[in-house]
Ligand binder design. Structure first.
Ligand SMILES: Cc1cc2nc3c(=O)[nH]c(=O)nc-3n(C[C@H](O)[C@H](O)[C@H](O)COP(=O)(O)O)c2cc1C
Length: 190
């Protein structure tokens, strides 16, 4: 079951934008992050939730989508995320976050997938612009944005081919292909 969930938990970048996500649903996802591992249990992460069109549009304007799809500017109006969770580091709680935000992001995305939703974590963020638009105080470092919605695209996993390219690509039917390295190429010793 866990393997199925992880396999189905792809980075989705096109959504049914009109299918709203309730604030309560976003809170349930943050609760999964809250219950996840944290270095020294310091729990320095804070979250901003967005599920209303104007706030969503502001966040969307700060994001860069699918760098390898150079001829695709990102999801068109109507296919954009219905909600976002911004992960912040509260510098007054701890100096370092280590990898807490990656763990939190994965917990929330797995939770979203288990609810029939999907998403994408985005690290390519115009942080100054986002801080300005949402009036985020300097005490909070912007770490990741989680885009969420009902997925409107098919994403398939495949093995990295003989050319060794790890670049994801989209075929003529709009199916998104993600090459993953072979297991035997990752394990250095046993
Ligand atoms: C830390 C991190 C940052 C990422 N930032 C972006 C981003 O800014 N924009 C984007 O479209 N995808 C982003 N992604 C998604 C990756 O491109 C995606 O995970 C990768 O292509 C593999 O696809 P998969 O998630 O379906 O396995 C990010 C993923 C991670 C883990």
């Amino acid at each position: 079951m866990m393997e199925d969930l992880i396999k189905s938990n792809r980075s989705f970048r096109r959504f049914y934008q009109q299918q709203a996500i309730a604030g309560e649903t976003l809170k349930k996802l943050v609760n999964l992050a809250r219950l996840s591992a944290s270095a020294a249990n310091l729990q320095p992460l804070k979250y901003i939730l967005a599920s209303e069109p104007p706030k969503n549009a502001a966040i969307f304007s700060c994001l860069a989508w699918a760098g390898y799809l150079t001829d695709w500017p990102g999801p068109a109006e109507g296919e954009r995320p219905a909600a976002y969770i911004i992960i912040l580091h509260d510098r007054e709680v701890a100096k370092e976050v280590w990898c807490d935000h990656g763990i939190a992001a994965q917990s929330m995305l797995l939770g979203a997938r288990a609810m029939g939703l999907g998403g994408c974590m985005l690290g390519s963020i115009k942080k100054d612009q986002l801080r300005e638009l949402l009036q985020i105080p300097n005490r909070y470092e912007i770490l990741l944005v989680i885009a969420l919605g009902k997925p409107k695209e098919t994403v398939v996993l495949e093995e990295v081919g003989p050319d060794g390219s790890i670049k994801y690509w989209r075929d003529d039917d709009g199916v998104h292909h993600v090459p993953k390295r072979r297991l035997e190429d990752l394990i250095l010793g046993e």
